[in-house]
Design a protein around this ligand. Structure first.
Ligand code: HEM
Length: 527
């Protein structure tokens, strides 16, 4: 018989004891149970089997996009106003009403294309997703650091992501695949001019802006709606990296942005952003040269000022990366009373996609996890069962009634806060048409002209670097688009690629695009 008195912790070791998930103390975490020291293992070894089989299931599918990210907690503090005006005439959302009222938040910053352990120095949009745990339930504002997106219809999302993700054969991100797609997608030009400028590589997560990108609505007590866009402005300032800054950093650190955020919060240097809102009346605005529901466009600030409504401070790190960063689940459908969707065709597609992927990625009861719960609101549903039920939602007075309607003590429907109708009347025939006023080039060109000289040089350099790795017809089509966006941009990129305007002047417009009169005039002058 073995003498156990010298094994395990010494009498003066007061640390807590390791157990298995059944609460059984673990006496030996170094050796399996075997028949003799050199003999075969035994199958009834519960402790070993539980440990290994749980390990075997440690990974869940990573997010199909935005796999790498970092989460932190804090609060949003309302100003009670939209700029200098009271906010109530525009939205009845309670979290915005009372000056100084704080709503707890969780924020996840991310990169889009790389996997869970990829480099945070990539040229890639950054995710900026905020979960507000309001007293009316959760509100998720799921945005990016760039104000526009590559496409305007959700049906194209799998394609744009496939083009940007690694090649299915070589598993490398390939410029030729990216620009094959983009060159056939003229609405991507505005995003590309942003992404290939220094803004495409934010210095870290604390020094970047956030944008809701899609158009949402605000709803007031009377059911009147306004179209709105959300913007987060960092109090720390905006900082970006050039490709060579990023390469130097990446040589030493794949996770610099997560580290920067974590360390800033640990040392009490809490990052802060102001939330600003642009607003326009809820109609199609025929006077504009773009459609307010088009997420490839920004709203000119001189006409639609971005006015502050509150500020957000992040002051606490997650306690566990998996439980709180990997499992946190945001969605554009997660809105509270007084906030609404618009008919932006990206937004409606996104709103299906998020909860759909989370039911697959995390599981059907993902909303029961602490990080996802509507912890400041009462949750009482008749939803039951499914994998990994953690708790049963509170029923009405009678726990036997998990259905509605009932006269035997079940839950009842709520009263509408005001009435059930809101917003303008919409009519139309079912169709698959593009929106009018696609106007794919004008804002891309304006963006280029707004840049400092060094930013333009960087953009031109980055585009030449990428496009020089692409097939000739792809390069030509990209130069054609860039010339239509802004002559100087097209000329400079073309020069770097050895393509003069007269070599692309004969290209026909794509079947998938509508040119404006101004575009046609530019096209006529290309040669
Ligand atoms: C994440 C779909 C466009 C921002 C995701 C995820 C999906 C998705 C499936 C993974 C969610 C998860 O596993 O929890 C889509 C679709 C889009 C679209 C179908 C277009 C139709 C956009 C746009 C933005 C955006 C335009 C920016 C405004 C984000 C962010 C995340 C994300 C920030 C990460 C959320 C997190 O940190 O967990 N998207 N997306 N997406 N998406 Fe989108």
């Amino acid at each position: 018989m073995t003498d156990v008195s010298s094994m395990g912790p010494q009498p003066d070791d007061h640390r807590e004891v390791l157990t298995n998930r059944q609460g059984h103390a673990v006496y030996d975490n170094q050796n399996q149970r075997t028949v003799g020291a050199r003999g075969p293992a035994t199958l009834e070894n519960y402790q070993f089997l539980e440990k290994i089989s749980h390990f075997d299931r440690e990974r869940i599918p990573e997010r199909v996009v935005h796999a790498r990210g970092a989460t932190a907690y804090g609060y949003f503090e309302a100003y009670g106003k939209w700029g200098d005006e009271p906010v109530a005439p525009y939205t009845r959302a309670r979290l915005f009403q009372r000056p100084g009222e704080r709503t707890p938040v969780a924020v996840r910053f991310s990169t889009v294309i790389g996997g869970r352990d990829s480099a945070e120095t990539a040229r890639d949009p950054r995710g900026f997703a905020v979960k507000f745990y309001t007293e009316d339930g959760n509100w998720d504002l799921v945005g990016n650091n760039l104000a526009v997106f590559f496409i305007r219809d959700a049906i194209k999302f799998p394609d744009v992501i496939h083009a940007l993700k690694p090649d299915p054969v070589t598993f490398r991100q390939e410029p030729n695949r990216i620009f094959d797609f983009m060159s056939q997608t003229p609405e991507s030009m505005h995003m590309l001019v942003n992404l290939f400028s220094p803004r495409g590589i934010p210095a870290d997560y604390r020094h970047m802006q956030g944008f809701g990108v899609n158009t949402y609505k605000w709803v007031n007590e009377r059911g009147d709606t306004q179209l709105v866009k959300y913007h987060w402005m960092p109090r720390q300032g905006v900082r970006s990296m050039t490709a060579s800054d990023a390469a130097a950093l990446q040589a030493n650190d794949l996770g610099h942005a997560t580290k920067d955020l974590h360390e800033a919060i640990e040392r009490g240097d809490f990052p802060e952003w102001e939330l600003l809102v642009q607003m326009m009346s809820d109609d199609d605005h025929p006077e504009l040269d773009f459609d307010p529901l088009d997420d490839t466009k920004v709203w000119p600030e001189e006409r639609f000022p971005a006015r502050p409504v509150g500020r957000m401070v992040l002051d606490r790190n997650v306690a566990d990366n998996f439980a709180e960063n990997e499992q946190i689940s945001f969605g554009t459908g997660v809105l509270v009373d007084g906030l609404d969707f618009s008919d932006d065709k990206m937004l409606v597609g996104r709103t299906f996609s998020y909860s759909d992927t989370q039911r697959y990625r995390v599981g059907p009861n993902y909303l029961q996890l602490p990080v996802n719960q509507a912890k400041n609101a009462a949750v009482r549903t008749n939803q039951r069962d499914g994998q990994m039920v953690y708790s049963v939602d509170r029923a009405g007075e009678n726990p036997h009634v998990n259905y509605e309607p009932s006269i035997t003590g079940g839950l009842r429907e709520a009263q509408y806060p005001t009435h059930d109708e809101q917003g303008p009347t919409i009519s139309g025939r079912v169709t698959r048409r593009r929106i009018e006023r696609t106007n794919d080039y004008v804002q891309a060109g304006q963006r280029y002209l707004m840049m400092h000289d060094w930013e333009r040089d960087d953009l031109v350099h980055n585009l030449i670097t990428m496009l020089s790795q692409c097939d000739r017809p792809i390069r030509e089509r990209m130069v054609w688009h860039l010339l239509l966006a802004e002559n100087d941009l097209g000329l400079r990129v073309g020069e770097g690629l050895g393509i003069a305007p007269d070599q692309v002047a004969g290209l026909k417009p794509l079947a998938s695009q509508d040119l404006t009169d101004e575009d046609r005039a530019r096209l006529a002058n290309l040669g």
